[in-house]
Design a protein around this ligand. Structure first.
Ligand code: DGL
Length: 275
């Protein structure tokens, strides 16, 4: 990897991974970024392991082909179902979101009981449960398939979303998990619901944002490579080096993506992946 300005490729099924990119830009502003959103083939959260692995490996190769020296699999579903396959197919280091999320949960949970929210596919893979059990924690995983479309609709503070979240959380924090004290946001879209989830979750619960934990893990991994001066970092924060690739409409990517990234999205190219 080049010292100072490594190129990081960030991959997601669509827009959601921009929540990971947003924190990366804050913590690792020195890097150049390529972001690939597979918007033509989302959602991944309802698809099979075979399909998600095939899509994710294609995207990883695309990013590598465009100069990515480190791949961040921002999509929880792709990480949960296919991290091993992506890592085996890639020629550069690969970081997923599940391990950093589990690590962060393990460090905040005092009673070693955690609730994880994710897509159907992430929950069925039990990737989070396995990662948490390996650290001595009990986990209840809860699929919340209605939350992704609600966030994409922009209903992040809507009473309907609040009601839906309340139902999911009531079901998750029940029986043996009433006293779980950490809530892992195991899906790219959920960080946008953090204020709402803080209100709805039991008051003793800490929220663990796997987007944030992953960006911290990447920052840690690259620390020795990035000796940049504070002045350069500030200048990069104001004007990051970003290129976006989307497999569906560029216009839609810009429009929806800006909500997730919290800044204007300019350089988007349409990509047609031949299978
Ligand atoms: N990016 C996906 C995830 O984090 C959510 C959207 C989808 O299902 O494609 O699991």
């Amino acid at each position: 990897m080049h010292a100072r300005h490594p190129t990081i490729g960030v991959f997601d099924s669509g827009f959601g991974g921009l929540t990971v990119l947003k924190v990366l830009l804050e913590l690792v502003p020195d890097a150049d970024y390529l972001y690939f959103g597979d918007t033509a083939r989302l959602p991944y959260g309802s698809k099979s392991v075979e399909t998600v692995a095939r899509y994710a490996v294609e995207a990883a190769h695309y990013l590598e082909g465009h100069g990515a020296e480190l791949l961040v699999i921002a999509c929880n579903t792709a990480t949960a179902l296919a991290l091993e396959r992506i890592t085996a197919a890639a020629h550069v280091p690969v970081v997923g979101v599940v391990e950093p999320g589990a690590e962060a949960a393990a460090s905040v949970s005092k009673n070693r009981k955690v609730v994880v929210l994710g897509t159907e596919a992430t929950v069925s893979s039990h990737a989070y449960r396995k990662a948490l059990e390996a650290r001595g924690l009990d986990a209840r995983e809860k699929a919340c398939p209605l939350l992704v479309p609600l966030v994409e609709e922009g209903w992040v503070e809507h009473s309907v979303t609040e009601q839906v979240a309340r139902i999911y959380l009531d079901e998750a924090f029940a029986d043996g998990f009433r006293d779980a004290d950490a809530l892992v946001l195991g899906c790219t879209h959920y960080p946008l619901l953090k204020p709402l989830l803080h209100r709805v979750a039991p008051s003793h619960v800490s929220i663990v944002d796997s987007a944030e934990s992953t960006a911290r893990a990447v920052a840690e991994q690259l620390r020795s490579l990035l000796p940049a001066s504070p002045a350069i970092r500030e200048e990069r924060r104001a004007r990051p080096r970003l290129k976006f690739f989307a497999t569906d409409s560029v216009e839609k990517f810009r429009r929806l993506g800006e909500r997730f990234l919290g800044r204007a999205i300019e350089d988007v190219r349409h990509v047609d992946l031949k299978e």
